[in-house]
Design a protein around this ligand. Structure first.
Ligand code: TYM
Length: 323
């Protein structure tokens, strides 16, 4: 199986990105050929800083490495370095129904947040994402729940292309984790944790910051530590985070805090997160000392990825009668 996934270089990664996607990538690379992208062309569809985006892209590569992505096993690329991504996106855009693009929840949310710049790139964002995936003929796309709709559109586009021009692409599936696919905000458990704002814990947050944020995290009424998404969304979210960082079963965690109340649970959760992030933070500090490393890894990744990408584009253009 071939796996593709990516992240936007826009701000610090948070534990939602890690628990919902990145942690899973590290597992998948043990069994499958994986391509992981730093999707800078997606990042420019919303306001960005031209002086910072390249640095942010390199920082994201370091995050991938520090999380455990092994460049000897997996291919790491920066999307804008491989022009075939946008070439395939243009071709796929001619198959993408406007009505379906209009229905994309992320487009609607982002258009609302950026009223002064609702650009065509933001609208076509899912088509570029489909191109990222199909360019490598990926079968599996490990993402958080918020990206599932885009992967569904990717399947539609693959099917349409295959029906019109002959079998070319697999219909890729999103892989969502049972726990972690939707980590919620610490200050509003009805909103997903997002890249900006105080409601999230960044992977590079200091122990002091993590302590402060968990202390401030909202809880539900009552005092029982119990997983109940409907009636206890905040505690269920904190339990999910505890579970994923400690590898302890939710039922065991519930048992441990039976009759003990939220304060003790939160205190221990803080330590579980700090301990869980420590290996990442230590590896990242070491990697930062070697700035040439990312350049080397990206050059190798680009070479391998472009070979696949060029073959796909050639096949696509031939099937369409363009060449
Ligand atoms: P992005 O950069 O917003 O997020 C990166 C990954 O993190 C997941 N994620 C979450 N998971 C659980 N809980 C959360 N609160 C949470 N927030 C974010 C996202 O689902 C994602 O998996 N469009 C994509 C990037 C992309 C891509 C692709 C992904 C571009 N091309 C091709 C897969 C395949 C995005 O903006 O992710």
């Amino acid at each position: 199986m071939i796996v593709f996934s990516g992240m936007r270089p826009s701000g610090q990664l948070h534990i939602g990105n890690y628990l919902g996607a990145l942690k899973n990538w590290v597992e998948l690379q043990k069994k499958h050929q994986c391509v992981f992208g730093v999707v800078d062309y997606h990042a420019i569809t919303t306001p960005f800083n031209p002086k910072a985006i390249k640095k942010d892209s390199m920082a994201l590569v370091l995050d991938y490495l520090a999380a455990g992505i092994d460049p000897k096993k997996s291919i790491i690329i920066v999307q804008s370095h491989i022009p075939e991504h946008t070439e395939l996106a243009w071709i796929l855009s001619t198959l993408a129904p406007l009505g379906e693009l209009e229905r994309m929840t992320q487009f609607k949310d982002k258009a609302k947040q950026n009223k002064e710049n609702v650009n065509a790139g933001l609208f076509c964002y899912p088509v570029l994402m489909a191109a990222d995936i199909l360019l490598y003929k990926a079968d599996l796309v490990p993402v958080g729940e918020d990206q599932a709709q885009h992967v569904e559109l990717t399947r539609t586009l693959a099917r349409k292309f295959n029906n019109k021009f002959g079998k070319t692409f697999p219909e890729p599936k999103a892989q969502l984790l049972k726990f972690g696919a939707r980590i919620m905000s610490l200050t509003d458990p009805n909103q997903k944790m997002s890249k900006t704002g105080d409601e999230s814990i960044a992977l590079i947050d200091s122990p002091e910051k993590i302590r402060e944020k968990i202390k401030k995290a909202v809880t539900d009424s009552g005092k029982e530590v119990k997983y109940d998404e409907k009636n206890k969304p905040a505690i269920s979210n904190l339990l999910t985070i505890y579970h994923l960082f400690s590898d302890k079963a939710i039922a065991d965690i519930e048992k441990k805090y039976q009759g003990k109340g939220y304060a003790e649970f939160k205190k221990d959760l803080t330590e579980v997160i700090i301990r869980g992030l420590k290996p990442f933070q230590e590896r990242r500090k070491k990697l930062e000392k070697n700035p040439r490393l990312t350049e080397k890894i990206l050059a190798e990744g680009q070479k391998k990825a472009q070979k696949i990408a060029q073959e796909t584009i050639k096949e696509v253009k031939t099937k369409m009668g363009l060449i």
